[in-house]
Design a protein around this ligand. Structure first.
Ligand code: URA
Length: 219
């Protein structure tokens, strides 16, 4: 898997990641979602440099211009629910892409720290021969991405897979490398070194789904 680490080079993207992490700023849900969306746009732009382009003649009012345009059939698949703002950011740029939605959540069968990933909902077009962009802002253990990949198998074999994430744990990246095809790409804003005993990224930013949409707790 080819790993592309956006914050390796300083840019305006640092500001968006800093605001996502900052406990005093991340409570503003609109800003939190928008920052993830902005990173989806930037990561999508970076990813686009890796697509195949073909020159097309474009008629202008004054003549013709030859413009290389990407021709691949793209499907953006986001993991519910935290993937939604990242999905929006990607779709802002790849506006002609088809879309998939899949749910994956951590189920704690014994009410302790052990968990399994359950995938329950999938709405997707065929992925056969397409370029698949899989979006989840937090790549922690990597188990969600791997379970999602298995669940998507029945939709056909994509010719290329791009994973897009905002924060990835080193351990999660290593786990993905065992399951995803070698020619896959991971586009990630930043990489953290640790996971805590609950499988949360440290320093990370907390629970991205809750910060986007509110707590799921019943009380
Ligand atoms: N999901 C999150 O939202 N945050 C983490 O740190 C790990 C998984």
């Amino acid at each position: 898997m080819h790993v592309h680490h956006l914050l390796e080079k300083n840019s305006i993207a640092n500001t968006f990641v800093a605001q996502l992490r900052n406990v005093n700023i991340q409570t503003d849900r609109l800003r939190f979602r928008r920052n993830i969306e902005r990173l989806g746009e930037i990561l999508g732009y970076e990813l686009s440099k890796n697509l195949k382009f073909q020159e097309e003649e474009i008629q202008t009012p004054l003549g013709t211009a030859n413009v290389p345009l990407h021709k691949e059939e793209l499907v953006i698949c986001s993991i519910l629910r935290a993937g939604l703002p990242l999905h929006t950011g990607l779709l802002n740029y790849f506006d002609a892409a088809d879309n998939s939605f899949i749910s994956a959540y951590r189920h704690h069968p014994n009410d302790d720290e052990e968990f399994e990933i359950l995938v329950e909902y999938l709405a997707s077009p065929s992925l056969e021969g397409k370029t698949l962009i899989l979006a989840d802002p937090m790549l922690a253990t990597g188990r969600s991405f791997v379970n999602v990949l298995q669940a998507l198998e029945k939709m056909g074999k994509p010719k290329q897979i791009h994973l897009v994430s905002v924060i990835a744990a080193r351990e999660g990246i290593e786990y993905l490398e065992k399951s995803f095809p070698e020619n896959s790409h991971l586009w990630v804003a930043t990489i953290d070194e640790n996971l805590d005993e609950k499988g949360y990224i440290v320093p990370g930013l907390g629970d991205a789904g809750d910060l986007c949409f509110g707590s799921k707790k019943q009380h």
